[in-house]
Design a protein around this ligand. Structure first.
Ligand code: URP
Ligand code: ZN
Ligand code: ZN
Ligand code: ZN
Length: 472
């Protein structure tokens, strides 16, 4: 089957130019000047489908490199399954996710990896890869890291917080980093000082400060900055490349910027929640409402200008990627486990459906360029996580993962409007978006068009990733 996308402006990280895109089967066959013929053939007359993209952007499908579908966490499971979460992702113009295999202390990493394949296989609407979470770093975990790299799991997430759940101590972190330095994989770090946080949480609850707002106050920016600095030093010591996930504090972003200035392979992502939402307005909402926005790292004070700093860091490439950290929980039956004690609220926010739209607003307001939007949401995630050439670019030979985005369209975000995630609220309720995801194509198959889902759970395939293609 051949498809031609005509009349649009093709936007890659490297530039935007009017062009037609020819898709042959699952891949992009050609990107040509508008109205071109190929060897004398009128393209439009010789394809099975023509998509009119006049006045619209033709961009690579989004890559969300940080999601947690059906993750067992906080005494429950993230409320999106691979089926519902990847379907919602498709609605929002994301055609690839990289999700996390979970290995809790005592579990076998390879057995967990096999279990995650079981959950995802046949249940995804879009393509998916895996990172692996390592909790206790056992000697067998180190050999497992080599085997996992061979399986296309080329990044490992470690935690400096959540003692007794995920936390690795500094010695365990160094062991895993030594292995990563040796086998070329990337260490992803949840950088918050867990011991300090546990103490502050205990003290707050004992004082009777139990509202969701105190989730933010007991995970202060100092705990994020300190852990980020420590992670950078341990990476420096071992020579491992480091990718700091869900950066929310400007001081943590500054630590990353300084390490990069020194020439170290240190990278960082932030998430839409840290660009748009705040401690005061959201975590501090009346009553128990703030539970909707309990996630870690926490939302930061707008008065301290963390959000502005995140945008600036995205402009200057001090941070390289926007992912969602999609980890949704419903208010009823999940978040409400923490009524009367914020420390029992499952940590996480859902947003996989809205990332492309939300970050496009940075183009509308002049925070970032059009090309930078594509770079942050599509191209760098592909390069960072070993999918360069196949994903994240509109170019011949790449998978035909393409979004037709209408800059003159409009999207209202909220429950019952554009929301297909399995959540009983929206973290972005009431956001009005300039722009609209019109058509979503994954490996040549139309998933979404004209406000209709035409995809299929089971279409998505496992992406066996290479080593990072972003290292200095
Ligand atoms: O609150 C969050 N971020 N939940 C998901 C787990 C993690 O730390 O990324
Ligand atoms: Zn984390
Ligand atoms: Zn996460
Ligand atoms: Zn539209």
């Amino acid at each position: 089957m051949k498809m031609l996308i005509t009349g649009g402006t093709v936007v890659n990280a490297t530039g935007a130019t009017p062009a037609d895109v020819l898709i042959d089967g699952e891949t992009i066959a050609a990107v040509v000047a508008p109205g071109s013929t190929l060897l004398g053939f009128d393209l439009a007359a010789n394809v099975d489908t023509v998509v009119d993209a006049s006045g619209k952007y033709v961009i690579p499908g989004g890559i969300d490199a940080h999601t947690h579908m059906e993750m067992p966490f906080g005494g429950t499971f993230a409320s999106d399954t691979f089926a519902t979460g990847t379907t919602a992702a498709a609605w929002g113009g994301t055609t690839t996710i990289v999700d996390f295999v979970v290995q809790y202390a005592g579990e076998n990493p390879l057995a967990q990896y096999a279990a995650w394949h079981e959950k995802a296989a046949g249940n995804c609407a879009i393509d998916y890869g895996f990172h692996q979470i390592l909790s206790d770093v056992q000697d067998s975990s180190l050999t497992a890291m080599d085997e996992l790299v061979a399986e296309g799991v080329t990044s490992f997430k470690l935690f400096m917080a959540y003692k007794g759940v995920f936390l690795s101590d500094d010695g365990q972190i160094v062991k895993a980093m030594q292995k990563a330095a040796d086998n070329g994989s990337l260490v992803m770090m949840h950088a918050e000082n867990g011991s300090v946080i546990d103490l502050l949480v205990q003290q707050a609850v004992a004082r009777g400060d139990t509202a969701p707002y105190f989730h933010g106050l007991t995970r202060p920016w100092q705990a994020e900055e300190e852990a980020t600095h420590r992670a950078i030093m341990l990476a420096n010591l071992t020579g491992a490349p480091l990718y700091v996930v869900h950066v929310s504090a400007k001081q943590a972003a500054e630590q990353i910027a300084q390490a990069r200035d020194r020439g170290q392979n240190v990278f960082g992502e932030t998430c839409p929640q840290y660009l748009y939402l705040s401690l005061e307005e959201h975590l501090g909402a009346p009553g128990f409402e703030g539970a909707k926005w309990v996630c870690s790292t926490p939302l930061r004070a707008r008065a301290e200008h963390h959000q502005d700093h995140m945008w600036r860091s995205l402009r200057t490439n001090d941070l390289q990627i926007v992912s969602t950290d999609h980890c949704p929980f419903c208010m009823k039956g999940q978040k409400d486990m923490g009524v009367g004690d914020f420390s029992k609220i499952p940590n996480g926010i859902g947003g996989v459906e809205h990332r492309m739209d939300l970050i496009y607003q940075g183009v509308v307001t002049g925070e970032i360029s059009l090309e930078r939007w594509v770079e942050l949401c599509c191209t760098t995630p592909a390069r960072m996580f070993g999918m360069h050439g196949r994903k994240g670019v509109v170019a011949p030979g790449a998978d035909a993962d393409i979004v037709v985005y209408d800059p003159n369209g409009h999207t209202s975000i909220g429950l019952g409007k554009t929301h297909h995630m399995n959540m009983d609220y929206s973290a972005y309720e009431g956001f009005e978006i300039d722009g609209h995801v019109d058509t979503v194509i994954s490996r040549g198959t139309v998933l979404v068009d004209d406000g209709e889902f035409r995809g299929r759970v089971g279409h998505g395939r496992y992406v066996k990733r290479e080593l990072s293609q972003y290292l200095i």
